[in-house]
Ligand binder design. Sequence first.
Ligand SMILES: *Cc1c(COP(=O)(O)O)cnc(C)c1O
Length: 222
Amino acid sequence: MDIQANLKEVLTSLPAQVKLVAVSKFHPNESIEQAYRAGQRIFGESKVQELTGKYETLPKDIEWHFIGHLQTNKVKYIAPYIAMIHAVDSYKLLAEIDKQAAKNGRVIPCLLEIHIAQEESKYGFTFQECRKMLEAGEWKNLTHICIAGLMGMATFTEDETEIKREFDSLKRFFNEIKQNYFADRDTFREISMGMSHDYPLAIEAGSTLVRVGSKIFGERIY
Ligand SMILES: *Cc1c(COP(=O)(O)O)cnc(C)c1O
């Protein structure tokens, strides 16, 4: 597995406005160090315990992004250092992140996870739930989080038309939310969508952050 060559290949295919989150979950520190030596600084993890171990042992200028489902009782462990939380799927979680960020004197950028896939199992707000949460307005009192955009995962399928349709729906929803709630806040600007098998489609649809794991680090051994 030539991690540096894989990384380079992915980076070369990204337009200038799209950032890469190298998803290193289930891969050892040595793999992350290889990508780090090639210049990669943004890494994505989805388990709090695993991330904590890596954070403690790897270089401190790594920007760690939490991309998995986050339980409210675990926010406190990552609040001191996490650079972005991608999959916020409830107001309760947002409020807890705000509370823990305040304790650490930080403002944590968060993305709202939107359920765009056909699969039942994926987390996230429906469009309607998200509108309702934003309309309620309580989030405006949370001064230690910053809603930096939206995140979504497409259905795991070979059907590119379906994947494209789902990414387009997230982009359209982003535009709606931007206009209605964040028109005057340029910090609301990220659309986190696209993984190893579908990131070129996500970029076509307007992704600004792609989360690519196996294409860089190889298959994960669970
Ligand atoms: C694991 C994971 C990825 C990366 O998946 P690959 O198919 O390995 O690129 C991206 N996003 C989320 C939310 C993940 O959990």
